[in-house]
Design a protein around this ligand. Structure first.
Ligand code: ADP
Length: 685
């Protein structure tokens, strides 16, 4: 406040020139009076000023009190002993204390925070700053309450200090909610194999979640620089892709990409990386994103693609084999057919040399046919195209059937076949047709690689989950070195230098067939002593399922005297000539042919044949179409239809029979079978 100044009165200076004493006393009195008046004015002025100052003081005190009282933070003035000297309304409400003070602050603090309070006050008194969090003694509606306490004015002369209190319960609550949300995010990220990352707006510093660290197999906090990270993860094209994606993000466009990377520990994995600019940030923006481990999914997709490719390759291979088989069998059909006709020709039979040459043609053609069949079989097995039809059947009857078929061979080689009796049926769960093929190979080998007077025994054994067929011989036997090469295709392990016929394919096919039926083929042998080949198959159930064997050829019955109309639908003229010549052996047959599907169908409708011999690959339509048309015609309901096809694939045969064929003959034609089918066809005449 400015100090009031009193200006010296002009009268004071005027009195210095007074001439006389009475005059002096008078003027002295006037001067004193004047001075008195001046002092009085001064006093009045000072009083006025004091009143103003006092009013100002009172209003500032009132302002201070209301500021103190209504401050948004709690304020508490403390005595040196920690008792409350004064507190504002906020502090009183916060603590639940009386506004008049007097209580110890400590009593409003939870026991676990007492020590922290004492320390904070001591720290505050020594000038140490900073808030500390205390738990209050009285809980709130949703649990414990917390305040931040800070010493605002340390104790001075009068030993009192001022502390501020800010309630932090809500902030704490929000923080724990945030923590929970973050944990939840981390957990869901873990479940989805997904981590989170954030790239600062300066474009270099990365922060990532624990799961992101885990996915990239990095030590927490090890890589925080974007360029450094990209350098570790990838190089070449992938690295450029990643850099371009982050650049795109920094330009403000979200990105997502799936790339193969190398983790910090050098493992190759696929990740999906996505990033998006934070919407309210400036330019360039902050980027937020996820990193997801998609390795399992990508590998599964790749496996599926690989499998699909393999399946398609296998289908193509099967189709190629089917075509190849067709192409090879067609000319062979003519060779075998005409050789057969020549062999039946009486004029040729009369000249031994000619008959012998025809016989050689027949043998060579048969050998070629078995080579085609076996190579085809092996290729299909290797392509996984052979799907066995598993049924339960009796091995005893199959063994006997195979032995009966090979009895002529055994007689030719002067080998005795021995079939020990089995008290009970031994059931296998396998493909009967394929098992028969394996047994035929094992038994014929045991006969072929034997010596005159040798013996072959076929023994069956029930072995728990398995059944075994042991083909034992006392023939030439095999060395260890031979045994190692035994199952390689075309490997005859020395037999190629002998006169014993064979191709070296039977055992490799047999082994693969056994495995395709979930079984195995075992061998033990000793040179000069003999060999045991054991086919092990899964055991079947007790009751035999009725199994149709396609090879079962009915015995040729005597020709019947009725007239039989046979229509041959075939485009190859050589085959037509051959069929006609063959059917001339059956005088009751009336033969007609058609060279394509349309004219064949027309001929069938016009002529109503008893038997249609149908080539399945015709120039205009496929044989299946002709078959369906005939089967749909009620006028032709009793007509028998037999396929005569060079397509020997099992699937084709099965499909044809299911579509309504009465039989399926493959080329080269088995003449006995064809003639027996002709003989068994009832005449409609
Ligand atoms: P192939 O009999 O047509 O030559 P296989 O694949 O059936 O072909 O047999 C391969 C080879 O194994 C035969 O050439 C033969 O040398 C040998 N072999 C097979 N079975 C026996 C056996 N029981 N005793 C001795 N050698 C055998």
């Amino acid at each position: 406040m400015p100090t009031p100044t009193v200006a010296p009165t002009p009268a004071t200076h005027a009195t210095t020139a007074a001439p006389t004493a009475p005059k002096t006393a008078d003027s002295e009195a006037r001067r004193l009076l004047h001075e008195l008046q001046v002092h009085q004015v001064e006093l009045l002025q000072q009083n006025e000023e004091l009143r103003t100052v006092r009013a100002e003081l009172e209003s500032s005190l009132a302002r201070y009190v209301s500021l103190f009282d209504f401050a948004p933070v709690g304020l508490v003035g403390l005595e040196s002993d920690g008792s409350i000297r004064v507190l504002n309304r906020r502090a009183a409400a916060m603590l639940g204390a009386s506004l008049s003070g007097g209580q110890a602050l400590r009593q409003f603090v939870a026991p676990q925070s007492t020590a922290a309070l004492i320390l904070a006050l001591a720290g505050g008194q020594t000038g140490q700053q900073g808030p500390i969090e205390l738990q209050l003694a009285a809980p709130g509606p949703v649990g414990a309450r917390f305040v931040d306490l800070e010493v605002q004015a340390p104790a001075m002369d009068d030993d009192a200090c001022l502390v501020s209190l800010v309630e932090t319960t809500e902030r704490r609550h929000a923080q724990s909610e945030l923590r929970r949300a973050r944990d939840l995010l981390e957990l869901s990220g873990r479940v989805a194999h997904s981590g989170f990352w954030e790239l600062g707006s300066e474009g270099r510093r990365l922060a990532w979640s624990a799961m992101a660290h885990e996915i990239l197999e990095a030590e927490p906090g090890s890589v925080v620089d974007l360029e450094e990270l990209l350098g570790c993860l990838a190089d070449g094209e992938v690295r450029e892709q990643l850099q371009a994606a982050f650049e795109q993000g920094r330009q403000g466009t979200a990105f997502e990409l799936e790339v193969p990377v190398t983790t910090m520990r050098g493992r190759a994995i696929w990740i999906r990386l996505s990033g998006a600019p934070e919407s309210d940030s400036g330019t360039p923006p902050r980027l937020l994103g996820t990193v997801q481990d998609i390795d399992a999914r990508i590998r599964l997709e790749q496996a599926r693609v690989g499998q699909a490719r393999a399946e398609s390759a296998s289908r193509e291979k099967s189709a190629f084999l089917s075509r190849m088989s067709h192409e090879l069998r067609t000319p062979l059909n003519a060779v075998m057919g005409f050789a057969h006709l020549l062999a039946m020709d009486a004029a040729i039979a009369a000249v031994p040399q000619s008959a012998q040459r025809v016989g050689m043609i027949q043998d060579s053609a048969k050998q070629l046919l078995s080579l085609i069949s076996e190579v085809l079989d092996l290729s299909r097995l290797e392509a996984g195209a052979v799907v066995p039809t598993i049924t339960s059947f009796d091995l005893v009857s199959l063994r006997n059937e195979v032995a009966a078929m090979l009895a002529p061979l055994a007689a030719e080689f002067n080998v005795c076949l021995s079939l020990p009796a089995c008290e009970e049926a031994v059931h296998a769960a396998a493909d009967r047709h394929r098992t028969r093929q394996v047994l035929l190979n094992l038994l014929s080998n045991a006969i072929k690689y034997n010596h005159p007077g040798g013996e072959v025994t076929v023994q069956l054994r029930d072995a728990g989950q398995w059944v075994e067929v042991a083909v034992m011989d006392n023939g030439i036997g095999l060395s260890d070195e031979q045994r190692l090469r035994l199952f390689q295709p075309f490997s005859r392990v020395g037999a190629e230098h002998t006169l014993v016929p064979g191709l070296g394919l039977g055992l490799s096919i047999s082994k693969q067939l056994a495995e395709a039926m979930q079984g195995r083929l075992e061998v033990s042998s000793e040179p000069g002593v003999g060999s045991v080949f054991t086919l092990v198959l899964p055991r079947g159930s007790g009751t035999s399922a009725a199994v149709k064997t396609q090879e079962t050829v009915p015995a040729t019955s005597a020709a019947r005297p009725h007239r039989l109309k046979v229509l041959y639908i075939e485009d190859n003229p050589v085959n037509v000539v051959m069929m006609q010549a063959l059917l001339e052996k059956r005088p009751q047959v009336l033969f007609e042919f058609a060279i394509d599907g349309a004219s064949g169908l027309a001929a069938a409708r016009r002529w109503r044949p008893d038997l249609v011999l149908l080539d399945m690959q015709l120039p205009d339509v496929d044989g299946g179409w002709v078959l369906r048309q005939i089967r749909a015609d009620p006028e032709l309901s009793r007509t028998r239809i037999v396929a005569v096809s060079a397509d020997a694939m099992e699937e084709q045969q099965r499909a044809g029979l299911a579509a309504g064929l009465d039989a399926y003959l493959t080329k080269p034609i088995n003449f006995d079978r064809l003639l027996s089918l002709v003989d068994d066809t009832p005449s409609l005449l």
